[in-house]
Design a protein around this ligand. Structure first.
Ligand code: NAD
Ligand code: MG
Length: 396
């Protein structure tokens, strides 16, 4: 029997790759809702092909989408993100993929967990922001939540995911010594440090291994992406930050490893193609084809691992400290990073200023115990104000 699925952020890199896996298994899912920020041609094409019951966009794009869909597809009803009561039905789809970028995806993560959907989380920023609260929400609602982010999915596969049917997110991995979180180091792994001030947004988004949205590509270049993942892992696998080690692995073949007390190290390998973790979570505990290329081990040039250089990647060092602090500073780090990355992408600040903006924001606002979602949203809003002040000072 096919399951209803809602994809939040359907026009992006993860959203489209999810639709590609679904396309390969047409009898498994009924696409119930597709959401996006605007009424892009990509959204129209996906609505035409998958004929969802609902398409959801931000308020400004509703009338545009209604008129563009006329004559293309009369089955799809258009809703606005603002229309929270109408969205209830979508949050309760049997399966949800959260693939919005940034804190803008917070509601889709929280509400689909509350509605008891099976939630496949790609959108890491809300996990980072919510921390312990997300753990409480999942336990309260008994929701199954699976990680799409490739490193977390690798850890999932090397731990509880292997025991088929038994995995519960936000539980400790028994016998764990360390989690070895791998990251490619991004496009500037070997760039002279002095030259980083000159790198352009085009160079920063040209990731050597993965094809991703602009924001996460810049995060990979600063390694803030790995910093966000440390915090994501910290909560998802209930692991103390000191047990999470980042390892630079330029080839992007080993997607992370779990080291156990007896000396065993379990790794998950695969082509750098997000359709693998997407397919793993869509069909878990079964395994189905994803469309990704199979690995040819004898043709690999080698697998290298090295320690991260904290001078090159100051965001990574900062994220370690934020992970240890454990409170609102994670939301502050995330929000100020979103502001700084947006400023860099529109050529308002130089690349090395991203880390400076984030550090200033975290230092100015400090860390406080997380009390509620509203408390986190307030920290996010305050961080954006403080970050914009720093951006203003550093603007080119
Ligand atoms: P993307 O920029 O390609 O797509 C983002 C999607 O979110 C689009 O559909 C866009 O319309 C929608 N969106 C953006 N802002 C919105 C807003 N304010 N309101 C509503 N919708 C909005 O991003 P992506 O690369 O697909 O990444 C999505 C998420 O998945 C991010 O959190 C990222 O960190 C995570 N992730 C991505 C990858 C990857 O390979 N792309 C890998 C791991 C994790
Ligand atoms: Mg990742």
């Amino acid at each position: 029997m096919s399951r209803s699925i809602a994809i939040w952020g359907a026009t992006g890199s993860i959203g489209q790759q999810t639709l590609d896996v679904i396309r390969r298994h047409p009898h498994e899912f009924e696409v119930f809702a597709l959401t996006a920020r605007s009424a892009s041609d990509q959204l129209i094409r996906s609505c035409e092909e998958f004929r969802p019951r609902f398409a959801v966009v931000r308020d400004h794009a509703v009338s545009e989408l209604v008129s563009k869909l006329k004559g293309v597809n009369s089955k799809t009803a258009v809703l606005s993100y603002r229309d929270q009561s109408a969205l209830t039905e979508i949050y309760a789809a049997q399966v949800t993929v959260t693939a919005v970028t940034g804190a803008a995806g917070l509601d889709s993560v929280v509400e689909s967990i509350r509605a008891g959907s099976r939630v496949l989380i790609a959108n890491k920023e809300p996990v980072v922001m919510l921390g312990r609260l997300l753990q409480d929400l999942i336990h309260k609602h008994g929701t199954a939540v699976l990680p799409v982010d490739s490193e977390l999915n690798a850890i999932f596969q090397c731990s509880g995911g292997l025991s088929g049917g038994q995995f519960q997110p936000f539980q400790k991995i028994a016998g764990l010594r360390r989690i070895l979180l791998t990251g490619s180091g991004g496009p500037f792994l070997k760039t002279e440090l002095d030259a980083l001030i000159h790198v352009t947004p085009q160079q920063a988004v040209a990731h050597p291994i993965w094809s991703m949205g602009a924001k996460i590509s810049v995060d990979s270049a600063t390694m803030m992406n790995k910093g966000l993942e440390i915090i994501e892992v910290r909560w998802f696998f209930d692991t103390p930050p000191e047990k999470i080690k980042v390892v630079v692995h330029p080839q992007g073949i080993v997607h992370s490893m779990v080291e156990y007390e007896d000396g065993s190290v379990l790794a998950q390998l695969g082509s750098p193609d997000m359709r693998i973790p997407i397919s793993n979570t869509l069909f878990w505990p079964d395994r189905r084809s994803s469309g990704a290329e199979f690995l040819n081990l004898t043709q690999l040039s080698g697998l290298n691992f090295q320690k991260p250089d904290f001078i090159r990647y100051p965001c990574l060092k900062l994220a370690h400290a934020v992970a240890r602090a454990g409170g609102t500073s994670a939301a502050v780090m995330n929000a100020s990073n979103e502001e700084a990355v947006a400023a860099f992408l529109s050529s308002k600040i130089h690349f090395p200023c991203i880390a400076r903006v984030v550090r200033e924001s975290v230092e100015r606002l400090g860390d406080h115990r997380v009390e509620s979602i509203e408390h986190i949203q307030a920290a996010d809003a305050q961080a954006r104000i403080v970050a914009r002040e720093s951006i203003q000072k550093m603007s080119i």
